[in-house]
Write a protein that binds this ligand. Sequence first.
Ligand code: BTN
Length: 247
Amino acid sequence: FGRNLKLSDVVSSTQDELRRLAEEGALEGTLVIAEQQTKGRGRMGRSWLSPAGKGIWMSLLLRPPVALPYTPQLTLLAAVALSRAISQLVPVSIGIKWPNDLLVDGRKISGILLESAAEDERLRYVVVGMGISVNLEQEDYPEELAAKAISLKMASGAAVNRSELIAAILEEFERLYELYLEQGFAPIRALWEARTVTLNRPAVLQTPQGVIQGVPRGLDDMGGLVIELEDGSSRTVYSGEVGNGQA
Ligand code: BTN
């Protein structure tokens, strides 16, 4: 991954840059990295703070031979890859908040945005957007994010080399992706479940089907989150968010 690389100074969003390349036939593993994004976007229609030189703002192209309903599995794989790569280089304890936010001390350090193009349930491509707050300072965050977000530098007390981290992420991602294609979702699921902070504690989930309250107990085979409801029955959700704000 990353052998086809496009480095930019300023873009609106690396997602749009890479989607354009994907439509032109770019190969799997193509990576777009920007120093700064003027219209960085997050999940649920939110914007994503992407100041110049202080973070990793990048998008990776996948062309997985799997059907559209399985994209939640790739979402979870991305979170595992990122958390493993960061843990190798930075002495912080990372928890994954379902589906793919990375938290340190309950504050968000990284977010992942998957966008896919499909035809008749077959995936044409998936663009995996990764945003990591690497060397941001407290004063870089607007007031509404200050208590909910944190950078690797703030969390660890030292500046982090972005190139080394990008290399580690690509290596982890490629390794896990190959494992996934060979052995399916089971090993990824185990890695995700071992790193998450979402299981076995009461949660309020915002989902496309409405608000669900219960206790998340694990993942199902497709990558859905299985939630135990108060009456003992269970519901599985494939997209949404725990709680409401960014973190
Ligand atoms: C989220 O947590 O809401 C997901 C945030 C994803 C941000 C990254 S930064 C690189 C890529 N380009 C974007 O515009 N968004 C993603």
